[in-house]
Design a binder for this molecule. Sequence first.
Ligand SMILES: Cc1cc2nc3c(=O)[nH]c(=O)nc-3n(C[C@H](O)[C@H](O)[C@H](O)COP(=O)(O)O)c2cc1C
Length: 185
Amino acid sequence: MAILVVYATTEGQTRRVARFVAHRLAGRGHGVELLAVADAEEIDWTSVEAAVLAGSVHMGRVQADLAAFAADHAAALNARPTLFLQVSLCAAGTDPEELAEIDRIARAFCAEAGWRPGRIVQVAGAFRFTQYDFFRRWAMRHIAAQKGETVDPGQDREYTDWAALGALCDGWAEELGEVSARSRT
Ligand SMILES: Cc1cc2nc3c(=O)[nH]c(=O)nc-3n(C[C@H](O)[C@H](O)[C@H](O)COP(=O)(O)O)c2cc1C
């Protein structure tokens, strides 16, 4: 199948996630086009059979340019198998309130766009304190303090579970293969 993967990233982790997903799906025999949302201006949907959108949460919201893309292309997305990957730090934890919050953020993102993805997947992101500017350092210290935690400014940490993401891609690739086989018979 021809699969389009479109991502938005602020600090780079969702780019890594999207690249990983694209590579894994390609490894399962699918044709994959990977695009940063800024480059996804004109999409020829006649040559796209399935799509993945990936974005990350900052201050309770996913990137506005990905939201605009999802809204602009909702009809095409709704006509195909699709996945929404939402990257955040809350997804790395087990706090029920935080998990409920990122679930709400993802559902609101899709509802506002009028997009009904086949599956919404919460992906744990990364903490890149060494790369943050002053505002981001302040925001992350504030978030950590609210949770009663302290941050180590010298230490980045990646929480993404690549094995779980790989398994998700393999399962979805298989489902797409079955859809494709059914449409040929
Ligand atoms: C300023 C700032 C605000 C953030 N706000 C949230 C948030 O509201 N909820 C959350 O779960 N994660 C939050 N995060 C964590 C990011 O979602 C996480 O670092 C993710 O890996 C970023 O992905 P990206 O590098 O693709 O932008 C925030 C990170 C930063 C720097």
